[in-house]
Design a protein around this ligand. Structure first.
Ligand SMILES: [Zn+2]
Length: 328
């Protein structure tokens, strides 16, 4: 189970995270419609799989709202404006075909909340059923941000900028932030529905990771990177340690990241986040020509630039990903 729920709302506001339960049985995409329980599950949850994704926008799921409440938080349902609905619909259309197909069969609902402590959350509503249905819950504020604005906030949350002339900016274009977040979250559902890392028929994840060409020699277990890529400095960054480093350490952090096979700091959290980040960044780059650069600046002058897609190890893994799954 991958579950991070940080009570410190101030710190966690900018962090994307997912609830992602380990699922028991493997079901390949082609088998979904053949699952003997699918009709029963769809009927139990009132899911019409012919409905469009826009028809699945619903108020927050009680299970998710309860979970927030139990953690001492109280996000509320957001009333979507006409503009926001248009942003959401055009984001659904931008999803890779595979994601659209799988969401049609597995997405029970998507909800938008105000005052959510995190950016988004993907969770199964029936974790014990052989056919899992999922909810995606999104912090509504991101509908008013670009990918660049949102990623800049997220990346800056890792560093302390007090008494420093140093700054950080993430250049990732002007698409709406929701496009990025939706592809990332939907990739978790693809992972679980196809039994890639979650829900694999082999319950030994280490074995799965060592046999899969995208994760081989990179991941030893869910959150354990291979010895070759161990890094105390990267382990001390916020997404892994909840520690906020002084911004003067950022250059060393990104130099180390550039020498690693990871596409983002967040992707180094777990094999699931790694997969979701790679799919999202690769797809936005190839389909929409979007570049990704972290820029470190001093008084507005760029002092260091990290371009994940130019890293040799990342390029090798982009190729491995192509061999494993077709995202178009
Ligand atoms: Zn995630």
């Amino acid at each position: 189970m991958e579950f991070q729920l940080v009570k410190n709302v101030g710190k966690s506001t900018l962090i994307a995270f997912s609830i992602f339960f380990s699922l028991a049985n493997h079901i390949s995409h082609s088998q979904i419609s053949n699952n003997p329980h699918s009709a029963e599950v769809y009927s139990n949850f009132g899911l019409d799989t012919t409905s469009t994704l826009r028809e699945r926008i619903k108020p927050g799921h009680p299970r998710i709202l309860n979970m927030f409440e139990e953690a001492g938080m109280s996000p509320t349902n957001h009333q979507l404006s006409g503009d926001e609905k248009r942003i959401i619909n055009s984001s659904f259309e931008k999803l890779p075909k595979l994601h659209q197909e799988i969401l049609k069969e597995r997405l029970l609902q998507i909800s938008f909340l105000d005052n959510m402590p995190n950016t988004a959350l993907t969770a199964p509503v029936n974790p014990k059923d052989s056919l899992k249905l999922f909810t995606i819950t999104v912090r509504a504020e991101i509908l008013n941000q670009t990918v660049s604005e949102w990623l800049t906030e997220k990346e800056k949350s890792c560093f302390d900028f007090s008494n420093s002339e140093l700054d950080l900016r993430y250049d990732a274009g002007n698409l709406n932030a929701f496009v990025y977040v939706l592809i990332h979250e939907a990739t978790h559902i693809v992972d679980a529905s196809l039994g890639i890392y979650s829900n694999n028929s082999n319950p030994n994840l280490s074995e799965v990771l060592s046999e899969n060409r995208f994760t081989k020699d990179v991941w030893e277990d869910r959150t354990k990177v291979s010895n070759e890529y161990e890094s105390e400095l990267l382990d001390s960054t916020y997404f892994r340690s909840r520690e906020i480093l002084p911004i003067k350490k950022a250059q060393k952090v990104y130099i180390e990241l550039a020498n690693s096979p990871f596409v983002s700091l967040y992707g180094r959290n777990s094999c699931h986040e790694d997969f979701a980040e790679f799919v999202t960044i690769k797809y936005l780059n190839e389909k929409f020509g979007q570049n990704f650069s972290v820029l470190l600046t001093q008084k507005g002058r760029t002092t260091f630039q990290f371009d994940p897609l130019k890293s040799k190890a990342v390029r090798r893994r982009l190729n491995e990903l192509d061999q494993s799954i077709s995202i178009e």
